[in-house]
Write a protein of this length. Structure first.
Length: 72
């Protein structure tokens, strides 16, 4: 969620720059593309983190089960 907040802050800064400064059309389009890609990548990153945390939690349980079985 922190990544989402950072992306939103960057988008707000871009919008302020766009509204109060003269940006060429190609530069404005480039910023939009970069921010869109950043949002997409941040979303992928968050989903991957959740999957990794879920899998690492499962492997810990399996390791403890294996350890318990070996201790018997």
């Amino acid at each position: 969620m922190n990544n989402d907040n950072n992306v939103q802050k960057l988008r707000q800064k871009y919008e302020q720059l766009r509204d109060h400064a003269e940006l060429s059309e190609p530069a404005s389009k480039l910023f939009e593309e970069i921010l869109d890609e950043l949002e997409h990548t941040a979303g992928q990153n968050e989903r991957l983190r959740k999957v990794i945390l879920k899998q690492s939690g499962n492997s810990n349980r399996m390791n403890s089960k294996l350890r318990d079985a070996l201790m018997e």
